[in-house]
Design a protein around this ligand. Structure first.
Ligand code: PNW
Length: 468
């Protein structure tokens, strides 16, 4: 077995190739068919929160245009589509009354995907909380574990007989760091105390949802549930003791804060230092609840960080050193493909051989708002995809159990607080007309799927003549 990135690329026949989206980022029509208001619907209406006052009111109009987008998925050759369900479409008040029209929307989507031979991979929570629950404290209220399990149970009962992959939460770290510590995402709070509380409630909710899944969905190899986390490997800026300690804090805070409870039933030793007086030890029964057997882990990878000690950085006392020689994306993230191989090796070393799916990977680079050509040339994004897929292959060669890859994202979409200014899509979206245009990255991805990655062994550039 070799870990050289020069090993010729060839992925196995059963490697799962997908693309991902999230409800609030693509759907639009947020109140259609009896849906309730969500935390993001409210957040985007709070002045100053989202760049240029952008909202998800229309987005990619995926709520209405999903049949057209499904045709694009078929043309690309996707084996799976990862999307999230909007909680407030299913339960307008967050709990209690089910909205049949909201449920029917996702049932139609799931059935059409299955009909097309594309496996639905459903995320239960990708950041849009029903506003009625936000009003009761949202992720700070201990009752939320029951609310979440009840919501999940509605979906397990309706769709558990046909959906092969489920994830409870998307990126609990981003939810607490953005929503409760730095206030950049809904609900926009800024408190270490709240971040510590929300972390515990998220993992209690995760645990209760997995228990509900086991109770409601008969065990089968193609009925699986997992958790999706974002991982950003941390490298020390120097080998000085202070930088090494800062790197360990950053790694514990971002990478192990949720994986340790979920997969080991522990919390990282560095966290009390990170949270200071806001830290409370997790009670044993909470750790046990968070620690449910999972069928897979989803890893979202975008970049790495080189970390130095920084007493002024609240609350971590660590900050990232910008790598001036490197290429950065439009979201200011360093392009660092070896970090994906390192992440996968790190996961195996810490957590073992649980099946891994890369549930998000992608890049925002500038594209024009409208495109006339049949294909949009996007060489920087194409290079990003090519190198990250090689990095996944290198990890497989080194024995890591990585079973699939999802590009972020199928479509350009609402990049949360950054609005529509950042484009991550395989398909370009002209927001004035809703026209989709494949980017060269999309054509390359399609070729990767049909050749099981063998086309990555050629040095030739991406196909610019469009999808096959
Ligand atoms: C993810 N970080 O967010 C989300 O799952 C997507 O909804 C989002 O569009 C995508 O990545 C691109 O941003 C992240 O700071 C946000 O490390 C922030 C971080 C990571 C992921």
């Amino acid at each position: 077995m070799s870990s050289s990135i020069f090993t010729p690329v060839e992925f196995p026949v059963d490697f799962l190739w997908g693309a991902a989206t999230a409800a609030y980022q693509v759907e639009g029509s947020p109140l259609a068919d009896g849906a309730g208001v969500s935390s993001w619907h409210r957040f985007v209406r709070t002045p100053g929160r989202v760049r240029d006052g952008d909202t998800g009111d229309v987005a990619c109009d995926h709520y209405r245009r999903w049949p057209e987008d499904l045709q694009w998925m078929r043309r690309i050759g996707l084996g799976s589509y990862r999307f999230s369900i909007s909680w407030s479409r299913i339960l307008p008040e967050g709990r209690g009354r089910v909205n049949p029209a909201g449920l029917a929307h996702y049932e139609r989507k799931v059935d059409a995907l299955l009909e097309a031979g594309i496996q639905p991979n459903i995320t239960l929570y990708h950041w849009d909380l029903p506003a009625a629950l936000d009003d009761r404290g949202g992720w700070l209220n201990p009752d939320i574990a029951d609310w979440f399990a009840d919501y999940a149970s509605v979906l397990f009962k309706a769709l558990g007989d046909r959906v092969p992959m489920w994830a409870t939460l998307n990126e609990p770290w981003v939810i607490t760091d953005g929503g409760f510590l730095h206030g950049t995402l809904a609900p926009g709070h800024r408190s270490a105390y709240e971040a510590a509380i929300a972390a515990r409630q998220l993992m209690r909710a995760h645990g209760r949802a997995v228990q509900a899944f086991r109770a409601l969905v008969p065990a089968a190899p193609d009925r699986r549930i997992g958790l999706v986390v974002n991982i950003e490997p941390k490298y020390p800026a120097s080998h000085g003791a202070a930088d090494l300690a800062a790197t360990a804090r950053a790694d514990a805070y971002m990478n192990r804060q949720y994986l340790d409870p979920a997969l080991r039933g522990t919390t990282p030793a560095e966290l009390p230092e990170v949270f200071g007086e806001a830290w409370v030890d997790w009670p044993a029964e909470e750790l046990a609840l968070a620690h449910q057997p999972l069928d897979f882990i989803g890893i979202n990878y975008y970049t790495r960080a080189v970390v130095r000690d920084d007493p002024a950085a609240w609350p971590l006392r660590a900050s990232a050193v910008r790598q001036t020689q490197a290429t950065h994306t439009e979201t200011a993230w360093e392009v660092y493909p070896p970090g994906l191989t390192d992440t996968l090796l790190w996961f195996k070393q810490h957590y073992g051989d649980l099946p891994i799916y890369i549930t998000e990977n992608g890049s925002a680079f500038y594209d024009p708002p409208s495109v006339e050509a049949p294909v949009l040339d996007d060489p920087l994004r194409t290079d990003y995809l090519r190198r990250h897929l090689r990095a996944v292959h290198a990890a497989r060669e080194a024995g890591v159990n990585v079973r699939g890859y999802y590009a972020w994202s199928l479509l350009d979409n609402l990049e949360w607080a950054l609005g529509y200014s950042k484009r991550f899509g395989l398909l370009h979206v002209n927001y004035a007309t809703q026209k989709r245009t494949p980017k060269a990255t999309c054509a390359l991805y399609s070729q990767v799927i049909s050749t099981r990655g063998r086309c990555l062994n050629d040095t030739a550039s991406a196909p610019t003549d469009g999808l096959p």
